[in-house]
Design a protein around this ligand. Structure first.
Ligand code: PLP
Length: 431
């Protein structure tokens, strides 16, 4: 596959042009990042412009759309966060009521606060602390049936890798005329698996994928994928509402290079990575309880903090760990050596039992609109003393950045137990 954007950057980097334009480093080397500075440019002649794309960026985005099989694919150099903001802005334009399954990432809440969107929550049947669970299809149908003009927002895969039944959910959405938005930040690779499990293929109207999480792209690289053509025309303006006017060409260039990788080796690499991860899961299953989820999330139910410490001693760093699980992320670029090293380290550990018993988010009571609570003056107090106070700007650590109380909700005793369980010592409350 051609790489028009990367080719432009390469040509310019080698052209010895006197750069009388931004950025201030002028393409000259600094430190060990030396070789990348020449490629870091701004919107000069021929480089196109992300939010008014009609040249090399537009061509690269069309390449991505054809690889993912979408109606349109738009690049983000500001992660899935920007794509989530854009999706919700498009819903706002249609004045849709937003219904969301509660284990959302913090970026969803920020987008709601910016847009003045007050989401209605569906609480999943939690199976992995507050981070993971399944939404009951009957709860989804009930919520959709109560609002005429709505959209449903789900996170799949969630932070532990659990995936939702998107075909069934999209069928319900269609019946009620609701748009289906999927936070697929952790699932960009799913389009190229032996069986295509990408949300757009399964019926979503739009989704975001963080290319940087599961594909070989630079941090910040993401896609806004559009399945329903009606959203294609307005999506760029929706993104530009929130975005920096200086998106990184390094990040966009890495998305362009990713197209070449996807068109070339990714299917073979994924087939290997998936079968090797399955084999690894089988082999370690005598020691570990493996959480059910998408193939490249290796989530082990045990005292994750202890396991993470042990792995760190052996030079292995995990994605996330808490008292009940550890999440290890594989990707299509992992090698046999990586798998062997991981397996050896995991087998050398004696995992301790996790402490997941009874962790379930209670249905929360809202006292103040989300936007008002986010933008109000707040004070930070010990979580222990927060009972009955109203949650202000949320301060959950990232990862996993899944909120416990949402801004505007009353912090209950049960909530405080969950803060403790996730090691959150202080919370922000309205003054
Ligand atoms: C489920 C989920 N959604 C959205 C995001 C935001 O993605 P990004 O960091 O690409 O902006 C994250 C980030 O960790 C995430 O885990």
């Amino acid at each position: 596959m051609n790489t028009p954007l990367y080719d432009f950057l390469e040509k310019y980097a080698g052209s010895n042009t006197l750069r009388m334009h931004m950025p201030g480093h002028k393409g000259r080397a600094f430190g060990n990042f030396g070789s990348i500075y020449p490629y870091d440019i701004t919107e000069i002649s021929g480089a196109d412009s992300l939010f008014e794309a009609e040249g090399v960026i537009a061509e690269s985005e069309r390449n991505a759309a054809s690889l993912f099989g979408t109606a349109a694919t738009l690049y983000s150099a500001e992660g899935s966060t920007l794509c989530i903001q854009a999706m919700l802005a498009l819903m706002k334009r249609e004045n849709r009521h937003v219904i969301a399954v509660r284990n959302v990432h913090r970026s969803f809440l920020s987008a709601c606060a910016l847009l003045g969107t007050e989401p209605e929550w569906i609480y999943p049947k939690y199976t992995g602390g507050i981070l993971s669970g399944d939404a009951d299809l009957r709860d989804i149908e009930k919520a959709l049936s109560e609002h005429e003009n709505s959209c449903l927002y789900i996170t799949s895969p969630d932070y532990l890798g659990k995936t939702a039944d998107i075909p069934a959910i999209s069928e319900i959405c269609r019946r009620y005329g609701a748009a289906l938005l999927v936070d697929n930040a952790h699932g960009a690779h799913s389009a190229f698996m032996p069986e295509n499990r990408h949300p757009i293929h399964l019926g979503a109207d739009m989704c975001c994928d963080s290319a940087h999480k599961m594909l070989p792209a630079l941090t910040g690289a993401a896609y806004l994928h559009i399945g329903n053509k009606r959203y294609a025309g307005g999506a760029k303006t929706a993104m530009s509402l929130f975005a920096s006017t200086s998106p990184s060409y390094l990040i966009m260039g890495s998305l362009d290079l990713c197209n070449r990788y996807i068109a070339g080796k990714i299917r073979a690499d994924l087939e290997y990575a998936v079968s090797r991860t399955e084999e690894l899961k089988r082999r370690i299953s005598e020691k570990y309880e493996v959480y059910d989820g998408e193939p490249l999330h290796l989530t082990l139910l045990c005292n994750g903090n202890k396991a993470a410490q042990e792995l760190r001693k052996q030079g292995i760093e995990c994605e996330y760990a808490d008292g009940s699980c550890i999440v290890l992320l594989l990707s299509p670029v992992n090698t046999e050596e990586d798998f062997t090293r991981l397996e050896k380290a995991l087998m050398s550990i004696s995992p301790e039992r996790g402490d997941n018993a009874g962790i379930k988010l209670p249905v929360m009571e809202k006292a103040v609109p989300l936007r008002e609570a986010v933008l109000s003056e707040f004070e930070t107090i010990p979580a222990e003393q927060a009972e009955g106070r109203i949650c202000a700007f949320i301060n959950v650590p990232c990862p996993p950045a899944v909120p416990i109380a949402v801004s505007g909700e009353i912090i209950s005793r049960e909530c405080i137990k969950i803060y403790k369980r996730y090691g959150i010592i202080n919370v922000n409350v309205l003054k």
